[in-house]
Design a protein around this ligand. Structure first.
Ligand code: KIV
Length: 274
């Protein structure tokens, strides 16, 4: 086992541990999963947070946006991911329109994620508009992760995936939203695609961990979509995605190799037959 591996704490990650990690200056690691196998491998790697993201709509379902992902989809994916995880904190994304109508509906949907799919926390997008709902869920015992900056569920409102909070007004709004979410009881906030200096400032000023995606190195932790960093989803490549593998290329080559072997009679061999 490598030195880096030995340092991974084996105990179950909780929302409390994450605060301790922030205070100790230990960076928090997070990636997404949508199925049992990926969740198992991620958990073995020592990743701290596994997010069942509504990015499932894009990287698994092949949709253009996350907007049409439903509660049924999320409940299914969250339940199979939870089954594969022992150590990481499993967070389930609440999909668009599952928490915006009113806090009763939000509570019912968040409750279903916890009770039926066994996630340990939920994530929802937005600032002051979701603070009452955040407070309601937290009061009911459901930990909430916020999501500020680029909020993909509002793509039709903003019309682009450009960097957010680049004007003074937007940056002030982000600072306010982050404080409001912390006051509402959120245990962490994802901050997506905002200037690195702003994300660093917010991370420094908040007591709760700030997990960045396209938000520079000053955050308390980092998250990426697994299918992006593995080189599996290649429809577009934002500059904040570092590709740690080219698994799409590897799979393509393996599938072609198999097909060639079947066509040539090379597969199956005698010792692969009965
Ligand atoms: O759905 C998702 O994968 C996310 C991450 C990009 C943070 O929200």
């Amino acid at each position: 086992m490598s030195a880096a591996h030995e340092e991974i704490p084996q105990k179950k990650i909780t929302t409390r541990n994450l605060r301790v990690m922030k205070n100790a200056g230990t960076k928090i690691t997070a990636l997404t999963a949508y199925d049992f196998l990926m969740a198992q491998i991620l958990d073995r790697s020592g990743i701290d947070i596994i997010l069942v993201g509504d990015s499932v709509g894009m990287v698994v379902q092949g949709l253009e946006t996350t907007v049409t992902v439903t509660m049924e989809h999320m409940l299914y994916h969250a339940s199979v991911v939870s089954r594969g995880v022992e150590r990481a904190l499993v967070v389930g994304d609440l999909p668009f329109m599952s928490y915006q109508v009113n806090s009763d509906e939000a509570l019912r949907n968040a409750g279903a994620m916890v009770k039926q799919s066994h996630v340990e926390a939920v994530k929802l997008e937005g600032g002051s508009s979701v603070c009452n709902t955040t407070e309601r869920l937290v009061t009911a015992g459901i930990p909430v992760m916020g999501h500020l900056g680029l909020t993909p569920q509002s793509i039709h409102k903003f019309g682009s995936y450009r960097v957010r909070a680049t004007t003074d007004e937007e940056a002030d709004q982000l600072r306010e939203d982050a404080i409001s979410l912390q006051q509402a009881g959120a245990f962490a906030i994802v901050v997506e695609k905002v200037p690195a200096s702003l994300a660093r400032e917010i991370s420094t000023n908040l007591e709760i961990p700030v997990i960045g995606i396209g938000a520079g190195p000053g955050c308390d932790g980092q998250i990426l979509v697994s299918h992006d960093m593995l080189g599996l989803y290649t429809r577009f490549h934002p500059r904040f995605v570092r590709r740690y593998a080219q698994m799409g290329e590897e799979m393509l080559s393996a599938f072609k190799h198999y097909a060639d072997d079947v066509r040539s009679g090379e597969f199956p061999a005698a010792d692969e037959s009965y």
